[in-house]
Every structure is written in C-alpha cells, then in structure tokens.
Design a binder for this molecule. Structure first.
Ligand code: GLC
Length: 427
C-alpha cells in the first residue's frame, strides 16, 4: 500500500527529510548541528526509525555504526565520539571519559561509559519489517543486540530484582527530570569546570560531573555500582524501553536463526518487576534504590510502560485517564508535557521539567497503539504534527502555546515525524 499524506503533510514530510539529510555525516546522524556533534545512542535508534521511512540503506548504516562503540562487556555507550570533531566541542568530551584507558572499551573509537534507553532492538526489528530485506542485516546485528541486553541484565540490575538501574541522570535520556532531584541530593559535588557558577543549575551540573568521575575512577565496574555508587534509580521509561526491545529481540533472534527463548524469559522478568517495584496504584514512578522509596514526581516516563503488551487492562485504563486528565494532556494545548502540570516542580520552560518532546510523544503513541487506545494515539500524533508545523523541528516545545525551544533542526523530531506520517499506511 502506498503512503497517503493529507493537506500540507507532504511539505512536513519533505522538510523532515531535509533535516535528516543535512545532519547525516556519512555514517551516522548528529542529533543537531553545532550543539551535539557526536553520535548519541538513543538518538541513533530514533533517527533510524525515520531513516527507515526515507532512506532505509542509511538506517542500517546508522544502527551498525553505533555498535562500533560497543564495549566487550556489551555496553552500548550513550555517546560515540566523532574523531574529526575538536575535543572542546562538547563537554564532557573524550578526555574526561577516558574510555581508551578501559580494557573493555573498543580501540580506535572513543566513547562515554554510560548507557541510554536501549531502543536499538526495537528499531532494528521495525526497520527489518519495513524493508522486508532483513536476513543479512539482522544476522549481523543480533549478537551485538544480545550482548547489549546481556550486559544490562548482568551488570546493571543493581538491586537484583530484575530491573536495570540508572547510575546517572544522563542514562535516562531525560537528564533534568524532576524525578532525579531527590536522589541527586545524596551526591557530594566537588566543583567542576561544567558549571562555572554557584547557581542551582550549576550545583546540579557539578553533581552530574562528579558522578561520571566516580564511575570512571572505579573503571565503570559493576561491583562499584552495586556497593558504593550514590545514584542508583530504577526508571519506568528505561525499563519499559528495555522490555519492548527484549520482546523485539526475541523476534530478531527467530529471524536470525537463534533461540528466542532466553529473551522471552527475560521479558517476563522485566514485566513482573516493573509491576512489583514501580507501579504505585495510580502511576508508574521511579524507585530510588538507595532509600528503597518511590520518587513522588509524576512524569511522562510513567506512561512509557504502555509499551508492555501484557500490562493489565485496569492499569492501562488508569494510565489513559491520568494522561488525559488536567495533570497532563487535559491542561495543555500541545501534549504531552514532561511533568505533571499541577506539581510544584513543573516548569514549562525548563529542559525535561515541563516542555513537550517528540520522542516521548512517540513512545507513548506506540504504547497507546499497543493497547488499541486509538483516540489517545490520534491525539498524540495530531499534537506532534501541530507542534512541528507551527514551530519546526525544534528540540522541545512549550506545552501550552507550542513555542519551540532548544536546538533547531533536531534530528529525532524530524525522524519520528516521518515515522508517524509513514505509519498511516500500516494502519
Ligand atoms: C540531551 C538529551 C538526551 C539526548 C542528547 C542528544 O542531552 O537530554 O536525551 O540524547 O541531548 O540529543
């Protein structure tokens, strides 16, 4: 079936395709020109979903190039540094992470030492399903995806209950989310070159840098994370993406001629642990492993478990009600705000503390489709298209009036709009 675009959607499609073309480096896509000059792990997965609609051969190259940075442990680092870019172009750069000094890091490419939500298996499966020519690509990628998941299961289930723990807010992809405020209080910040000021933002930045330094100085070892690291948090978004990707990995295994059984078992463990540890009766919340308490902030991350195909119907209903209520979509013209608008920590202008983002809208859209919440899915698709029509492919948007914020020509905003438009032909 061909792609049916309505009204000005063709113009939106073409503008999105131009952004991806402009941000292509030859082997990967930078998240945004200037500000983010390297390859980020979850950005790459989002981008590959858009490239799959526009230039499928580049989508395969994008995903494969990310895995150049994979460590022998299986870690897919959240940044793979581009060799042609000056060390000062982004802080903290390769000289801070010092991946070259780690025996498990790859040679010839420098990386960070943190993870990001592991969306790659899901992206690879969607890409293969879309193009139909998947055998060679999936056979090549499967062992790498399996190693990525094995690393998370083996080394990052810090609490031992079946969920991955974030050891740094940067691992969440939503680094300034109010959900991290409380666990960050436990981090002792020596002053760093990152902040340069005594402002509250500077203090947070100092804590971010201090956490990296501690992990790096401990060789990014699992024993250090388990026994001594101060920031250990189980996050619903990260674990829901892991669960969706684990289901996808089972299908990738089958298509690549491998055994899907272990991945199906892993998915069951994550499903059970998310319900046991992160569902509070009305919402999914992050758990601070060090205090063993659920973190009060209700954020958009709490809706991402809709990606779990086995989520009980009563929980699906509660999440849909909360999403449509005056705490989230019901109060804003351009949902979904990052944070509960009625909470004291909501801030419509602050990065990940209020604005609407295309990637979180896409994740919740896919979750809504998983549970046949068609009205919710249509609301998210419509809201996202209105945002980019009005303000362009910005990094994020004011949830009340749709004004763009942050970078222009942001790759995942363009890529996921292509996927949303392209999905019309599959429905
Ligand atoms: C910001 C975002 C993060 C993203 C990165 C590159 O740090 O918070 O999620 O991966 O930029 O776009």
């Amino acid at each position: 079936m061909g792609l049916r675009l309505m009204g000005d959607e063709t113009a939106v499609w073409e503008a999105a395709a131009r952004v991806l073309d402009a941000n292509w480096t030859g082997t990967a896509t930078v998240p945004a020109p200037g500000l983010y000059p390297h390859q980020w792990s979850w950005d790459s997965a989002f981008v590959s979903l858009g490239l799959a609609r526009h230039r499928p051969e580049r989508a395969c190259i994008e995903l494969l190039s990310l895995f150049r940075g994979q460590w022998a442990t299986g870690l897919v680092p959240h940044i793979v540094f581009s060799s042609g870019v000056s060390g000062n172009a982004f802080f903290p750069g390769p000289e801070f992470w010092r991946s070259g000094a780690q025996p498990d890091a790859p040679r010839g490419v420098e990386t960070s030492g943190l993870a990001q939500p592991p969306l790659q298996a899901l992206a690879a499966l969607r890409l293969a399903q879309g193009t139909g020519e998947h055998q060679a690509f999936l056979t090549r990628l499967y062992p790498r995806l399996a190693a990525q998941h094995a690393y998370l299961e083996r080394e990052r289930d810090v609490a031992g209950f079946g969920l991955v723990s974030l050891c740094h807010p940067w691992e969440s992809g939503l680094e300034n989310s109010p959900a991290w405020d409380r666990p960050l209080q436990a981090v002792d910040p020596p002053r760093s070159p990152f902040s340069g000021t005594q402002s509250p933002d500077g203090a947070v930045a100092d804590r971010h840098v201090s956490l990296v330094r501690s992990m790096r100085d401990a060789g990014y070892r699992a024993e250090y994370l388990r026994d001594d690291h101060p920031f250990v948090v189980e996050d619903p978004l990260f674990n829901a993406v892991l669960l969706a990707s684990t289901h996808a990995l089972a299908e990738v295994a089958e298509l690549a001629g491998a055994d899907p059984g272990p991945h199906r078992e892993a998915a069951q463990r994550i499903h059970g642990a998310m319900l046991d540890r992160l569902w509070d009766g009305g919402c999914f919340r992050a758990r601070d492993v060090r205090t063993d308490e659920l973190i009060p902030a209700a954020t958009v991350a709490g809706f991402v478990p809709l990606l779990d195909p086995e989520l009980p119907a009563a929980i699906v209903r509660s999440l849909a009600e909360l999403l449509l209520s005056a705490r989230f979509a019901g109060a804003t013209g351009y949902p979904v705000p990052t944070c509960d608008v009625q909470s004291a920590v909501f801030d419509r202008g602050a990065y990940w503390r209020g604005p609407t983002w295309v990637n979180t809208n896409w994740l919740v859209w896919l979750g809504a489709l998983t549970h046949h919440l068609d009205a919710v899915a249509d609301l998210l698709l419509g809201s996202t298209l209105r945002l980019v029509r009005q303000s362009g492919f910005r990094e994020c948007f004011d949830p009340f009036d749709g004004t763009g914020r942050g970078s222009h020509d942001f790759s995942w905003s363009a890529a996921l709009v292509l996927d949303l438009l392209g999905s019309r032909r599959c429905r």
